[in-house]
Design a protein around this ligand. Structure first.
Ligand code: PEP
Ligand code: MG
Length: 329
């Protein structure tokens, strides 16, 4: 089966009846670089920059970050790279920035931390921009956004960093510095209802289904005791995901999904039925998702989605989805 699945590399990613889907990669470590080449994927939909930050004993310097980001931008120079700004806090503490909070997932995480530490945020954005000089394939993504004001403030800092880097002309090519596209993660449930407030500030949305599920269901995504309740197939989560794609389409903004749901066969098919056309996932999920899409029919997926949205529980959704997957082989 593995061989059969790998044979789909190089073939178009589309359903049997012609619905085209773009698959992108979630990456965090630069070490998997060689294997990524084999997968026939042009773009990175989520580069989790916190991973290299967590593996050190101190903040990486601006130059170190330029080096790291440059490698990934270079490797994917034929496509685009969505670099997410530092998303620490919650389950991802930095060893050199100890925090003690009663509810870390409701606390000082992601954009909340970096907006309070402009010196960390600006250095990171500057490093991204310096790494992108002459390449023009950088997109910047903001995690844990809860209000349009956070986006305003972050966008101001991106502009500031842009002007600094342009003026300093670190590189003889500085004139080739282009303003990156700016995106926002939809992963806090409030944002499902507030996408319109930031539409003039952002170029794209990216759905973080992991956190959206955790916050919608009020279930800590890492707590084993309640792990049975953490399920992105909850019909309420599916309704939210459907609403997000509908809003994004109304607002005429590109939207992708970069949470784990996009890399699960049933999840990917539900998302495609809702109208998502860009899915970003871990490298080891790419082959099987490409395969399952190529063996599905959009018309069948519509029926599956309709039934899933009407289901009463995640378990019921899983049954419905499994039936469709079995039909696809
Ligand atoms: C998400 O929340 O779905 C996501 C992609 O981000 P992370 O898993 O890094 O929080
Ligand atoms: Mg998240």
């Amino acid at each position: 089966l593995r061989e059969k699945v790998e044979q789909a590399r190089g073939k178009p990613v589309a359903t049997e009846d012609g619905v085209k889907v773009t698959l992108q990669l979630n990456v965090g470590l630069n070490t998997e670089r060689d294997w990524l080449k084999e997968l026939d994927i042009q773009s990175v939909g989520l580069y989790r920059t916190e991973i290299p930050f967590m593996m050190r004993e101190r903040l990486p310097t601006e130059d170190e970050q330029v080096e790291l980001y440059g490698q990934i931008l270079q490797q994917f120079k034929a496509g685009t790279v969505v670099m997410r700004t530092l998303d620490v806090g919650g389950d991802k503490p930095l060893p050199y920035l100890p925090l003690s909070e009663e509810n870390p997932f409701l606390g000082w995480r992601g954009i909340r931390m970096t907006l309070d530490h402009p010196e960390i945020f600006l250095v990171q954005i500057r490093a991204m921009l310096r790494a992108a000089v002459g390449r023009n394939n950088l997109n910047i993504l903001l995690p844990m956004i809860t209000s349009a004001e956070e986006v305003d403030e972050a966008a101001r800092m991106v502009k500031q960093a842009y002007h600094e880097v342009a003026e300093e002309s670190y590189d003889a090519n500085a004139s080739q510095l282009v303003m990156p596209k700016l995106g926002v993660m939809i992963e806090v449930p409030a944002m499902v209802y507030h996408m319109h407030t930031m539409v003039d500030k952002v170029d794209f949305f990216s759905v973080g289904s992991n956190d959206l599920t955790q916050y919608m269901l009020a279930v800590d995504r890492n707590n084993q005791r309640v792990a049975g309740l953490y399920d992105a197939f909850h019909p309420a989560v599916l309704h939210a995901l459907k609403q997000i794609i509908e809003r994004a389409n109304e607002l005429n903004k590109p939207v992708s999904v970069c949470g784990e749901l996009a890399g699960e066969p049933g999840g990917a098919l539900l998302l495609i039925a809702m109208g998502y056309r860009t899915l970003s996932m871990n490298s080891y999920n790419i082959d099987r998702i490409r395969w399952i899409i190529r063996h599905s029919k959009a018309a069948d997926l519509d029926v599956m989605l309709e039934r899933a949205l009407a289901a009463r529980s995640p378990q019921e959704v899983r049954k419905i989805v499994t039936m469709t997957l079995e039909e696809a082989g």
